[in-house]
Design a protein around this ligand. Structure first.
Ligand SMILES: [Zn+2]
Ligand SMILES: [Zn+2]
Length: 180
């Protein structure tokens, strides 16, 4: 019997800015749809609003992970094995099980692993659990992430409009190497 084909990429994981699925890698600009290795989409929400979104082609994702320290990678994979449920989808925190609209979960990060126009895996992680994950990371790994953000997300126009910009730089890291 044929495997059921994976669902299309849901609206939740579309690019807010363009109001359609992501077409290009945020880091290198490569077209995503034809990329055989698949790609990852992540979006971070604060108070229910999307504050950051990006797509990474398989090449860029791997390149970034390679820059992470060994120690961070090891801790993350242990954490993923022990504490993350990859089956809860985009509405329940993959770590604690809280729903998006639960108490104190207006902040969350959603991540999908996609191939062509299909969604292979998806997880949500609430702000609190995401903060916990940050503590697993070494300074080197956090630097890699910060550099990615600095290089790809120029500061917002109109100063003072986004007081939490510093926070958006540290929270929504693509920490899960969801290669299932
Ligand atoms: Zn890329
Ligand atoms: Zn949680």
């Amino acid at each position: 019997m044929d495997e059921p084909s994976p669902p299309p990429i849901p609206r939740d994981l579309h690019c807010e800015y363009e109001e359609r699925p992501f077409k290009h890698c945020t880091r290198c600009g490569e077209t995503l749809e034809d990329d055989a290795g698949g790609f990852q989409v992540s979006k971070a929400y604060k108070n229910g609003e999307c504050v950051m979104e990006y797509a990474l082609c398989d090449h860029c994702r791997t390149a970034m992970m390679e820059e992470f320290s060994q120690e961070s990678k090891k801790r993350l994979s242990t954490f993923q094995d022990e504490s993350v449920d990859l089956e809860r989808g985009l509405h329940l925190c993959s770590v604690c099980g809280q729903g998006r609209d639960g108490e104190g979960t207006d902040d969350y990060v959603i991540t999908g692993v996609c191939e062509h126009d299909r969604l292979l895996h998806s997880i949500m992680i609430c702000g609190q659990c995401a903060d916990g994950v940050q503590e697993l990371l070494s300074a080197k790994t956090k630097d890699t992430w910060r550099r990615f953000v600095d290089e790809n997300f120029p500061g917002p126009p109109g100063e003072g409009e986004y007081p939490e910009i510093e926070e958006t730089k540290t929270t929504p890291m693509p920490v899960f190497s969801i290669k299932v």
